[in-house]
Structures are given as structure tokens and as C-alpha cells.
Design a protein around this ligand. Sequence first.
Ligand SMILES: NC(=O)c1ccc[n+]([C@@H]2O[C@H](COP(=O)([O-])OP(=O)(O)OC[C@H]3O[C@@H](n4cnc5c(N)ncnc54)[C@H](OP(=O)(O)O)[C@@H]3O)[C@@H](O)[C@H]2O)c1
Length: 370
Amino acid sequence: MMKVPSLRSHIHFTDSNPPLFSVNSIPLNFMSKIPIAILGATGMVGQRMVERLQNHPLFTIRYLGASFRSAGKVYQEACTWRLSGLCPSTVSQMTVGLCDVDQIPSECKIVFSALDSSVAGAIEIEHANAGRYVVSNASNHRMRADVPLVIPEVNPEALTLLDTQPTAGAILTNPNCCAIPLALSLAPLQALGQIESCVVSTWQAVSGAGYPGESAWDMVGTVHPHAGNEEEKLAIEPCKILDTQFPISARCVRVPVADGHLLSVQVKISENPTPAQAMTAWADWNLRPSTLPSSPRPLFILHQERSRPSPRLDINLGEGMAISIGRVEVCPVMGLKYFVLAHNTIRGAAGAAIANAELLIERGYVHANR
Ligand SMILES: NC(=O)c1ccc[n+]([C@@H]2O[C@H](COP(=O)([O-])OP(=O)(O)OC[C@H]3O[C@@H](n4cnc5c(N)ncnc54)[C@H](OP(=O)(O)O)[C@@H]3O)[C@@H](O)[C@H]2O)c1
């Protein structure tokens, strides 16, 4: 079924010839910003979105949505600001509304969803039915065959799945917060041989559970095997992103760290590459041109010290969007092993969604105003 034509420019760029970041040759500074709405704006990820959309070159916040618990309150009263610094003055006095379709201003063609997955599924479909592009952090629609599960630096071409969705608008998703660093780190290794299997163990930050998240009893003086379905998501999402099939065995543990998910990865690759070859593959990937405002340069920070990467020291590299890799060594069981670290609410959530929305603009799905 064709989409509502007024939302689309029908400009499609080929991946072999990516455009510089301008739309229809109009550079960023000549465009007026695109109004967006955030659903779930009061939560941990919603607050990160609010933070990262301050002074964004393309987007401006027009609407903040959350549950009935928050609706009707001004933003700084509806949410206790959990991030460093003060709640931004541009939004602190905005009144929070509900997430119903008819509440969102019609000029908001892009709706970011940072909704709890218990409610995200149905609400996101309603907004897609209403002709909007829903850029979602939630897991509900990620594995649908017609929904792109995108990391812009890995599989931007998956965006074309938007054209196959039966709704007037469409849903675009970013992967799980651990699937993002896993898939990003594996993508360059595909050039060294076929990935045959992978074992991954995670040390995940408390902010990954939202707020209030895990109980203090479960987090203080202990570590907490992940009680949810994180392991299932981590086992299937990377294969969809990398467009291949191999078994992934995942074990996920919540640890008393505020932000930053650390992953231990052991991978079996057909040609059994050396650690040096893997380092070269990541370094080569850093040379790829990057056109999105949120894409860090370099993408991969390759650590040499045996004590890195460290959540405390490395999560904010690349303004929270860089991927830290270290301890790249021979694995006597699988061939290759390394640690990879990413900021879970930035690269793993809010920043990932904003980068996907930037890709929507770059590929011409939503018009930037001139
Ligand atoms: N935290 C992470 O690191 C991370 C990483 C990747 C993906 N995600 C995903 O991102 C989403 C948000 O996660 P989070 O950590 O920010 O969760 P959170 O802190 O619990 O926030 C949940 C948000 O959903 C809203 N909400 C709940 N029920 C609602 C309803 N019935 N109607 C409308 N809004 C409702 C809440 O509004 P009220 O404040 O009004 O209740 C709040 O804004 C989840 O789907 C999560 O799985 C999170």
C-alpha cells in the first residue's frame, strides 16, 4: 500500500554514493528546524532525548507526551530530572500532554517514542496510522519483517522497509542497548570471514532499567542476573541488523554502575582472524565517511590499556555515541575475544533514535523546511 505522498519527497540516495549532510543541496544552516514530539518524555530515555535535542541542528521539541500521571503538569514537575545539570529551560515550563494521536500538533511529522514497552506497541501503531514517522526505542516492533531495525553506520539501507509498511506513516526502530554495541563491533569483522557463532556476557548499568528501575535491594552490594528478556533480544537482533544468521549465546547481568553497558564478546569467524586484523578492520571502518550530525568521529575508540574500556572513564567519548573496544585477544575456544562498551541511554537509546531520525531526513523521507 502506498504511503501518504505529502510526507515524502521520494528522494532516494544510493548507499554507494551517500550525500553530504544537506537536503536537496540546502545546507543545514539554511533550514528551519523540524518540529518533533517525544512520547515517554518523562522517563530515563525521554530525558536523554530532551537533553540531546537542545540545540540540535535539525529538530526542535514541539510536544512532550507521557502517561496520565504526568499529563497536565509542567515538565519539570512531571519528571524529576535525573541527568546532570538542570532541566533545560526551553522545556521546563512546557505542559506535558497525553500520547493520544489527536493531542500531537499536526506539524510534528516525526514522533520519538521512549515509551515503556508495555504500552508502546499500540500507541506507536496509532501514530503510524495517522501518517507520522515513529522513531522508537521500544522493542515491540523491532523484529517485524517490515520494520527497519537500524544503526545508521551499519545498515542504513534497511530504511527502505519503511516503504513496505501498510500504514500511512511508518515505524523505524533502534536496537536493544546491548545489541547496538554488539552489532556495531561485529559489522567490520564480517570483512575478515563469516561470523559462525558468538558468546556475549554483559555488565549492564542501572539506568538501563529506567526509573525507578531495579530495587535498591537487588543492586547494592551485589550483582543481579537480568530478570527480563534481554538475553533473547541480544540473541536475535544483531542477525537482523547484520543481515546474516549465526547463533548468539547471551548472558546479561545488571551491575551497580550508573551508565554504560560493558560486553565481553567471544566470536568464531571462519578465517580465524588475529587480534591485529580485527583492530585494523575497526580502524578501517573509522575511515568511512559519516554525514549524520549524531555520528561520532571516530566511531570506534580502540583502547590499548589492559584496564579499558571502563564505564566510568569511557562512556562519554564521542559525546556518548562512540563505541569503545579493548582487550582484543586470541580466544582459545572461539578464536577472538574483546570487550566493547557503549553508553546505554545515549548510543543505546536516545542518541540512536535521534541518529535514525537524522537518517530519515538525509534519505528524504521527511522534508526539512527551507
Ligand atoms: N533505559 C535504557 O537504557 C534503554 C535503552 C534502550 C531502550 N530502552 C527502551 O526505551 C523505552 C523507555 O525506557 P526508559 O528506561 O526511559 O523507561 P522509564 O524511565 O520507565 O520511562 C517510561 C516512560 O513511558 C511513559 N509511560 C508509561 N506508561 C504510559 C502510558 N500508559 N501512556 C503514556 N506514557 C506512558 C512514562 O510516563 P510517566 O512518567 O507519566 O509514567 C515514561 O515517560 C522502553 O521501551 C525501554 O525498553 C531503554
